[in-house]
Design a protein around this ligand. Structure first.
Ligand SMILES: [Cu+2]
Length: 131
């Protein structure tokens, strides 16, 4: 019985360690439209996280338009925001159409990328000790 309690307790510890990273890593990150760039232009998030693009301007229009193999387009009018949850791993490139240019797959101007990576162990995580 004592042995059963102990293994149940260690199972609980292992379950707690496995559950915490998944729950704590997916997050919501903000990207701000500046007059001619994104802040930050390069964002790394974990799979399942959400990006919120915001336009703080009261008079400028921006847009979030995908390129390079995925489809997304939202107009970001003054004070507007656009939200997307990223469920797949990969680089997701986008640009604002005012202003940026796209030539031969290369963006110049107001360009950004969301790099989505798999959720991993948080820094300093303790691995369960071998039995
Ligand atoms: Cu813009």
């Amino acid at each position: 019985m004592k042995r059963l309690v102990r293994s149940a307790a260690s199972l609980f510890v292992v379950a707690a360690i496995l559950l915490v990273p998944a729950a704590s890593i997916a997050a919501t990150k903000k990207v701000t439209a500046r007059p001619s760039s994104w802040g930050p232009a390069r964002l790394e998030i974990t799979k399942g996280s959400t990006v919120v693009w915001t336009n703080p301007s009261t008079f400028e229009d921006h847009s979030v338009k995908s390129y390079g193999g995925w489809r997304y387009r939202e107009l970001l009018g003054p004070k507007a925001q656009a939200t997307r949850r990223f469920r797949e791993v990969g680089p997701f490139k986008y640009r604002c159409e005012f202003p940026s240019t796209l030539m031969d797959g290369v963006c110049d101007g107001m360009c950004g990328v969301v790099k989505v990576v798999r959720a991993g162990w948080p820094t300093g995580a303790l691995l369960p000790a071998a039995a």
